[in-house]
Design a protein around this ligand. Structure first.
Ligand code: FEC
Length: 313
């Protein structure tokens, strides 16, 4: 008798983004764990979405990544893998996708959050949503959760290549002196009291990428801090650009390597706010192209899935 084993699920997890300006309030409420934001805060956020075109490409890019990953895995082992997408803060929510995975007869799942560095607040949050949804399934899925992958050589190479390409877009006279500025989402400073590995992983990750290029002139800062009334990790990119200007820096390659796709935190926080700040200071700033659904990034994901399956046995 031939035994056909059920396909392995590959579950890509992303942040989630509102589909329309009407979704902004419930989306923001979900991010805040169900606490309604003030009308002013909603209006401010809605305005940012309006100014980047009414919605961001995050969902489309995540699904395009999933489709390409499916095609790559099918080419290696037809029918062996099924790729799914679940979002943390908007549809399709993680808890909406997981019953679908189970209904497809998939039992074994590799889950991967599309954010390279671990924090209990970010990746730990994805994991909590997965675990909670799994607890409602009978029987639960067998999940292999990839918690961190900033040290994957392919990811580091990809970001390094993008830094080289962004530098080449600077005016020739500024290319050699441009400083590489890595940035990642800020988090409340209280994560330090838990010994959260996030700041160390970011430093290690930036140093690893800089090492590939032999860069001596690079720095790390934070971006996109929330207005929650408590201190967040710094320095913030906007203040830091001023500081760099004070040091005589005139050109910056911006590498928001804590994210992998173009979305609000990149299209607004870097392309508008940081770009405006640089212009005000008379500095040139070029952002790296994000990994998005590019083939080189899909290669990294294929390799992460393979490694996770190998280590499991
Ligand atoms: O394009 C889009 O529509 C979504 C862009 C988006 C990404 C993203 C990634 C991360 N966040 C992280 C942590 C926090 C914490 C709070 C928080 C708040 C927001 C708000 C928006 C938002 N985040 Fe986000 N985040 C994105 C969007 N984030 C919008 C609402 C506040 C505002 O910007 O005005 C604070 C929660 C609170 O108020 O209590 C904390 C982390 C990441 C990177 C990891 C990942 O991508 O999953 C960490 C993309």
């Amino acid at each position: 008798m031939t035994h056909i084993s059920p396909p392995v699920g590959v579950f890509l997890l992303a942040y989630g983004t509102p589909e329309s300006l009407d979704d902004v309030e419930p989306y923001f409420t979900h991010i805040r764990g169900g606490r309604k934001p003030s009308p002013e805060a909603v209006a401010n956020l809605r305005e940012r979405y309006r100014l980047v075109g009414g919605r961001t490409p995050l969902k489309d890019l995540t699904f395009a990544t999933a489709d390409k990953l499916q095609a790559r895995l099918d080419a290696e082992a037809p029918g062996r893998y099924r790729v799914y997408v679940g979002m943390k803060h908007w549809h399709p929510f993680i808890a909406e996708t997981m019953p679908r995975i189970a209904a497809d007869g998939v039992r074994d799942v590799v889950a991967l959050a599309l954010a390279p560095h671990y924090s209990r607040m970010s990746i730990g949050g994805y994991r909590r949503y997965v675990d909670e949804a799994n607890a409602t399934l009978e029987p639960p899925l067998q999940i292999t959760f990839i918690e961190r992958w900033h040290d994957h050589p392919g990811f580091r190479r990809l970001i390094a290549d993008r830094i080289v390409a962004a530098r080449a877009e600077l005016p020739p006279a500024l290319r050699d002196q441009a400083l590489t500025l890595f940035s990642a989402h800020s988090l409340p400073e209280r994560i330090l009291s838990w010994n959260d590995p996030y700041p160390d992983e970011l430093r290690e990750s930036a140093a690893g990428i800089a090492g590939l290029l032999g860069l001596t002139d690079w720095r790390l800062c934070y971006q996109s801090a929330g207005m929650t009334g408590e201190p967040w990790l710094g320095p913030d990119i906007l203040d830091y650009l001023e500081e760099l200007h004070g040091e005589g820096v005139r050109a910056v390659v911006s590498a928001p390597f804590g994210f992998v796709a173009e979305h609000l935190e990149v299209l607004w926080d870097i392309d508008r706010e940081a770009q405006d700040k640089a212009a005000e200071l008379g500095m040139e700033l070029r952002r790296i192209r994000m990994p998005n659904a590019d083939d080189e990034f899909v290669d990294v994901l294929v390799s992460l899935v393979r490694d996770a399956l190998r280590q499991r046995v």
